[in-house]
Design a protein around this ligand. Structure first.
Ligand SMILES: [Zn+2]
Ligand SMILES: [Zn+2]
Length: 209
């Protein structure tokens, strides 16, 4: 029997007669959303690259113990990026195997995403259509999380060394999308400009010894 409801569990809208007739397993709005997400992924992927560059240029040279602080943000962005490629690649491989079509011309994110776009109508009729939709949604969410300034992480560095202040100094990666450096400030409002970070780093290192 053909599927009557959209396979995306959070949607489950009734499919139209035409959609059921065509064997589609996703409703029109889920198909549109999927196409939009796929189309946007390459650009988001590039934006991650931009974010990594910004952080490298303005690397916070604060080292406490042996572990450089702030590295976890880069690690997360790198992990998200490689996950985008591996998820897209595995879906492309599945299509290649099942359909026997010619594959994407390269393995960069744009080629992979456009290959999937080109096979969307077919994918929407496949038993795994909902899984595919949910995985792409998950990818977009994870990329957004490392890019979105509103959800930026704050890293606690050390107690503020200025004038015996002692409040926690925190680095926050905020407006990454506007290519601005991270903010470094303590809870009492002392602020360090990027040119002062090296000095701050030295202070904190000495304080730790
Ligand atoms: Zn739906
Ligand atoms: Zn302070």
């Amino acid at each position: 029997m053909k599927q009557q409801l959209c396979g995306v569990s959070s949607c489950a809208a009734s499919l139209t007669r035409g959609e059921i007739f065509c064997g589609l397993r996703l409703c029109a709005s889920c198909r549109n959303l999927l196409a939009t997400r796929l189309a946007g992924l390459p650009q988001m992927y590039q934006a991650c690259e931009g974010a990594l560059e910004v952080r490298r240029q303005h690397s916070i040279r604060v080292v406490r113990g042996r572990r450089p602080m702030g590295i976890c943000l880069d690690d997360e962005t790198m992990a998200v990026r490689s996950n985008v490629i591996s998820v897209l690649s595995s879906w492309c491989e599945m299509i290649l195997e099942v359909r026997g079509v010619t594959g994407p011309r390269s393995h960069d994110v744009l080629a992979l995403a456009s290959f999937l776009q080109a096979n969307l109508d077919w994918l929407a009729t496949h038993a795994v259509a909902a899984d595919f939709t949910e995985e792409i949604a998950g990818l977009v969410l994870s990329v957004r999380k490392v890019l979105n300034p509103a959800q930026a992480r704050t890293i606690d560095l050390a107690p503020c060394p200025r004038d015996g202040c002692g409040q926690m100094v925190r680095a926050s990666i905020s407006t990454v999308q506007h290519r601005l450096p991270p903010q470094v400030r303590c809870d009492a409002g002392h602020i360090w400009q990027p040119r002062e970070w090296l000095d701050l780093g030295r202070h904190l290192e000495f304080a730790d010894l």
